[in-house]
Ligand binder design. Structure first.
Ligand code: GLY
Length: 547
């Protein structure tokens, strides 16, 4: 090789290694608990991608925030695979057991027995989280479950400090947790150790998450559930499947919004409300008329939710029509600028919180995950299956147990969301991504029926240029048709707006803060932000990988 060429190659090699040494890439994530965010960062820094981090963060949340989500529950993972330029939603929603039936929660006089619908193993749908881990690891991740589940295993084994939030939630569900011997594991004072939960995670680390659905662990789950009055069978577990679904994609006001399809209502409601507002809405001055239009659009979309939405694999649901502009115009044809519409159904106050969780992750390769997971109410059904540490959900209450009867969130439903064997219950969980003005945001939240309006507020804020911190902090408004009340966080409406809306016949109730949004933003210069809702205890983190 001529000397000059060798010198050139050497110079190129040096230049390349200098580029490699200096080259770095940022990642960002936000979750509802600092220890889960830390676990996600560890996995990304150990060579995992966003999908590996999603497994690790969700496993950790099940340990450090056991009142919100976990192996006994399910949820939705909205994700983008940068290499395949592919966006999809993993539907890990619980299913009704095959022995479930339409009237299973009705008492002898035909009223819903709220205790059976909410507490104990009869309230639990067939969980999907373990199947989601298996699916993510097999089709999207780079690391084995032995690696991604290890931090959660350690947290469960070594114990976690009982923070004030956990203490308060334990107190709230103490009486029901005390009904079930294995659930008393949560009645900890200063350190919460979960040895059975750790052993179960250890089993999934060695045998794969499929062990949840078949084999020795499945046997223990079925016998534990049935001995305590539940109706699960082996067939329920063996036949559970993750479904990859096409998200709802909305083009509105120059933004591209990607959100959840059925069996979540959120993507459809977002499409409906945004079209009912009209694309000029964002440019209009903030006024009483502006808020009035938003409230009226929400009223109509939530009434449609109750009437039409449910599991798309169990009945035909007119999604194309509901999300069309033509329908939005028809629906707003009776909109009266001078007066609120009547909601012709009675209602009680909607409780504010679903104990659900959200995390958003963007890795250094451009992959992202926006995931909302749940066991439904606080500590789910409060039933831990003996010898497993697995706290079961009470998602069966998300079905309409009786047309017109209110569920935990004050939501009503119809036959579209009635109970049937193997059916997925309608959800509000709405992990979402928005692309607008060269920027991108990942967002989502718990909040039961208020998830949808929390996400909507985040989208509208983002489209007006808000950063991640502003998105999580902005005061929120909520209206779900039934009850006929506009709920407002303090500061969400000025006193003059409240009196102006009341003059239009709206009922306004100022309520304590709700939801717990976790946001990641990539700005138009590819700089990242991560923010966790100040209403919760979570953490956002932006880190740099050296590569
Ligand atoms: N369990 C709350 C929801 O899915 O909407």
């Amino acid at each position: 090789m001529p000397k000059s060429l060798r010198a050139l190659l050497w110079a190129l090699t040096l230049a390349c290694s200098a580029t490699q040494a200096d080259s770095s890439a940022e990642y960002a994530l936000a979750s509802a608990h600092p220890q889960a965010t830390e676990v996600g960062a560890q996995i990304l820094e150990a060579g995992g991608n966003a999908f590996d981090a999603a497994i690790a963060v969700s496993a950790s949340l099940g340990v450090v925030e056991p009142y919100s989500s976990g192996l006994g529950g399910g949820g939705f993972f909205l994700l983008y695979d940068a290499q395949r330029d592919h966006v999809t939603m993993l539907d890990a929603r619980e299913r009704a057991p095959l022995a479930a039936h339409h009237d299973m929660y009705l008492d002898t006089v035909g009223n819903v027995d709220r205790d059976r619908a909410l507490n104990g193993p009869l309230a639990a749908g067939i969980p999907g989280l373990a199947a989601a881990w298996e699916h993510l690891a097999e089709h999207y991740g780079r690391l084995p479950l032995a690696k991604t589940l290890e931090p959660a295993y350690r947290q469960a084994k070594q114990g976690i400090p009982v923070d004030n939030r956990l203490k308060q939630f334990i107190q709230h569900r103490r009486e029901t947790l005390q009904r079930y011997p294995a659930s008393t594991v949560f009645l900890a004072e200063s350190t919460l150790n979960q040895p059975d939960h750790a052993d179960t995670l250890g089993q999934l680390m060695t045998e794969g998450a499929g062990a949840f659905y078949e084999g020795a662990l499945a046997d223990v789950l079925i016998s534990g559930v049935r001995e305590a009055g539940g109706i699960w069978t082996h067939e329920d577990l063996q036949s559970y499947r993750i479904i990859e679904r096409d998200p709802i994609e909305i083009h509105w006001g120059g933004a591209h919004i990607i959100s959840t399809p059925l069996p979540s209502a959120t993507g459809i409601i977002l499409a409906q409300v945004l079209q009912m507002l009209g694309e000029d809405w964002l440019q209009e001055p903030d006024s009483i008329a502006h808020a009035h239009r938003l409230i009226e659009a929400l009223r109509r979309a939530y009434l449609d939710r109750a009437q039409y939405l449910g599991d798309p694999d169990h009945q035909d649901i007119p999604v194309d029509r509901l999300t069309s502009m033509e329908y939005a115009k028809e629906r707003m044809a009776d909109f009266n600028l001078e007066r609120a519409s009547d909601t012709m159904v009675p209602g009680a106050a909607a409780p504010k919180d679903g104990h659900t969780t959200h995390f958003s992750i963007l890795d250094a390769h451009g992959n992202w995950v926006s995931a909302t997971l749940s066991i439904n109410g606080l500590f789910g059904s409060a039933f831990v299956v003996p010898n497993t540490g697995i706290l079961l959900n009470n998602e069966m209450d998300d079905f309409s147990a009786k047309p017109g009867a209110l569920n935990l969130y004050g939501l009503i439903g119809s036959e579209a969301n009635a109970i049937a064997p193997g059916k997925r219950m309608l959800s509000s969980m709405g992990p979402t991504a928005v692309y607008a003005n060269g920027r991108m945001a990942l967002l989502g939240s718990p909040g039961g029926s208020r998830i949808t309006t929390t996400v909507l507020t985040g989208i509208l804020q983002f489209m007006q240029g808000a950063d991640a911190q502003t998105m999580v902090s902005t005061p929120r408004l909520h209206h779900q048709a039934v009850p006929n009340v506009v709920f407002a966080e303090p500061e969400a409406l000025t006193p003059s707006k409240i009196s102006g809306l009341e003059a239009l016949n709206h009922m306004i109730e100022t309520a304590n803060p709700w939801s717990n949004m976790q946001v990641v933003v990539r700005d138009s210069h590819n700089r990242l932000q991560a923010a966790s809702d100040p209403r919760g205890i979570g953490r956002g983190h932006v880190g740099t990988l050296q590569r």
